[in-house]
Design a protein around this ligand. Structure first.
Ligand code: GLU
Length: 471
């Protein structure tokens, strides 16, 4: 993997798809490049010394504003990685019809080496640097959680921004993934994992696609391996097990994985992992511990969900992957080369740009909520409920039969979480069907990733053309 360029991979996948379109070269070039790259350094006091921190915010596309994308803490952060992730955000937003350009941020640190107070100083200083250069704001660029960041970091960002921009009425819309009390939206934490679940469910719902793979239609009973027990991996595994009725046979973390053909209880594995910080010694009988974690991905299963980092399935291990379906929870887990090898083998890859877009979809809902200044459901829940009661009365009068209390209770008005979930489900189902139709309409398109790229290139190119920038 040395010398391998993640952004180069994204460009290669884009170019492969662009061949199926007729847009002028210059327009395609404009879509591909990163519009603004901000690399900066700042000092942080640690004990009696200072440490210089390297950080980035890269805005890939300004064709729609604000730009949107997470901030990660990782030692792998560099310009190439953040550019690739920013570009994927542009394509992801277009894939699920979320009206943002793409961006990404990264701070090159190992978060495990810092205390919460130090992390707070780093996050607040990073935010202040973004404010100074106008790289954050509800109408400019809106960060969100990503690898090793969550509600806590988003709260620090929102608070710092508010302090520096006290007159901005929409200040809370400067970042998403916030805690509920600070303008967050119900259901954002689980959103990416839930989206990964809807993506796989939809992919497995087409009989002709499943027949080609020699699999039954539907998720129920499918054997699943999940890589990563972070936010995306944990919730994906949980929903595939609890709502999809799948058997989770393997779970991998960075320091080792486990495999059990009889199935693992996601909640128990997660609690074990949280407590011990290793999966070694997980007590379920019949569980094999795999010290070299990456080998977990090569075990027997129907669906593989890489939900950790980029570059996990490469030309080196693609041949040994046994899964028939790969649902990409992470960004860029399969390299461009591996993508071709797996496609040749007939593996169905449900691509990242659509699969993990549940996070940004619900981020969009959160941003809307911040601009509305009102919780979803507040204005209409009771009204809706009263209407249902009227309808029930009418039906009871006409039929002479009465509904049970449980039946009546099921007809309730929508809470915020109900609206968020149904908005997310609708978004994921619609996007998958549109990408699949793109592939069906053009038999020369080899795989779902290329179809997804063709679909989004079309959308973004049309946006540029309607801006009148290109003739
Ligand atoms: N970091 C997430 C992603 O890669 C979420 C981005 C967002 O919500 O803006 O999609």
């Amino acid at each position: 993997m040395a010398g391998h360029s993640f952004f180069g991979d994204v460009v290669a996948l884009f170019d492969k798809a662009a061949k199926h379109t007729n847009y002028p070269k210059g327009l395609l070039e404009q879509i591909k490049v990163c519009n603004a790259i901000y690399k900066f350094h700042f000092p942080i006091r640690i004990g009696n010394d200072y440490e210089v921190i390297e950080a980035y915010r890269i805005e890939h596309s300004h064709h729609k504003l604000p730009t949107k994308g997470g901030i990660r803490f990782s030692m792998m952060v560099n310009e190439d990685e953040v550019s690739a992730l920013a570009a994927l955000m542009t394509y992801k937003c277009a894939a699920v019809d979320v009206p943002f350009g793409g961006a990404k941020g990264g701070i090159k640190i190992d978060p495990r080496k810092y205390t919460p107070e130090q992390l707070e100083r780093i996050t607040r200083r990073y935010t202040a640097e973004l404010v100074k250069k106008n790289f954050i704001g509800p109408s400019v660029d809106v960060p969100a959680p990503d690898v090793a960041t969550g509600q806590r970091e988003m709260a620090w960002i929102a608070d710092t921004y508010q302090q520096l921009r006290p007159n901005d009425l929409n200040a809370l819309g400067c970042v998403t993934g916030k805690p509920l009390g600070l303008g967050g939206v119900d259901g954002r934490v689980e959103a990416t994992g839930r989206g990964v679940y809807y993506a796989g469910r939809e992919a497995c719902s087409f009989k002709e696609d499943m027949d080609k793979l020699g699999l039954e239609t539907g998720l129920a009973g499918k054997k699943v391996i999940v890589q990563g027990l972070g936010n995306v991996g944990y919730y994906s595994a949980k929903f595939y097990q609890e709502e999809g009725d799948c058997k989770i046979v393997g779970i991998a973390e960075y320091n080792g994985g486990i495999y059990n053909p009889n199935g693992l209880d996601v909640e128990k594995v997660f609690q074990y992992w949280r407590e011990k910080k290793t999966l070694q010694g997980y007590p379920e009988p019949g569980t094999e511990f795999i010290a070299n974690s990456i080998f977990t991905l090569e075990k027997e299963c129907d669906i593989l969900i890489p939900a950790a980092l980029e570059g996990q399935i490469t030309a080196d291990n693609a041949d040994r992957i046994q899964a028939k379906i790969i649902v990409e929870g992470a960004n860029g887990p399969v390299t461009a080369e591996a993508n071709d090898i797996l496609t040749q083998k007939g593996v169905l890859i449900v691509p990242d740009m659509f699969t993990n877009a549940g996070g940004v979809t619900v981020s969009y809902f959160e941003w809307l909520k911040n601009l509305y200044h009102v919780n979803f459901g507040r204005m209409d829940k009771r009204f809706e409920e009263a209407n249902y009661q009227k309808i029930i009365k009418m039906v009871e009068n006409i039929t002479g039969k009465s509904l049970s209390d449980t039946e009546k209770k099921a007809l309730k008005g929508a809470d915020e979480i109900d609206l968020v979930r149904s908005g997310l489900e609708e978004t994921m189902v619609r996007a998958y069907n549109r990408i699949r139709e793109t592939k069906m309409q053009n038999p020369n398109i080899e795989d779902m990733r290329t179809a997804a790229f063709v679909y989004v290139i079309d959308i973004i190119a049309q946006d540029y053309l309607s801006l009148g920038i290109f003739p």
